[in-house]
Design a binder for this molecule. Sequence first.
Ligand code: HEC
Length: 198
Amino acid sequence: MMPARWTSALLIRMFAVAAIADPVATTPVDPNLQRAQTAMAELGQTLRTALQEKIANDGVVAAVTFCADEAPRIAAEVSEKHGVTVGRTSVRHRSAANTPSDWQRATLDAFATRVANGEDPAVVASTESNAVLRVAKGIKVEAPCLMCHGPKDSIAPDVAQAITAKYPADLATGFRLGDLRGLIWAEVSLGATGVDRP
Ligand code: HEC
């Protein structure tokens, strides 16, 4: 369990960072944070486009295998390109490779609280420790996600079968529209190769 102090510090940072999106904000922009956010946006966008295309061209069943192969590959590619590590995680994860680390679990808890209070999860939170900048953004469940992450009885039988075949220990069903699905996260090393902080 994480200390409660950590949670409130994280929430404070969420608001501080959200101000960057405001064009009139005078908050100095951290280049490492910017790099992380660029990579996170690219991962989200690339996955979304690839998934949409695959479903349109080959159907939902084919898209399950596609996601399984392509999601980790795209994450690795985007990480390499931007010199950060990006990925996705969730308390109820499909792939064991997306099991949350300690800081990710703490962040997931903080986001869950936000969402329970009716706030939008699509907000960026960042924290720094041991020369690593850690950034995360909530992912909300949208209508097309339900085909593969919705309540079990609403998933088409052939899709459910493809998911179970690939992920016997799947936890990522039973979500509803607007739920917090998980996080896109990034870690930026602030060591010698990192961009100097202002
Ligand atoms: C065609 C089925 C399919 C659809 C549609 C789909 N997903 Fe997934 N999703 C998967 C598969 C398969 C994985 C595991 C792939 C991986 O990351 O290794 C996954 C993994 C994830 C993960 C990573 C955490 C985990 O559970 O392993 C998140 C977050 C996620 N999906 C969110 C979404 C969102 C948000 C949508 C809608 C915009 C969506 N998915 C639509 C099949 C799907």
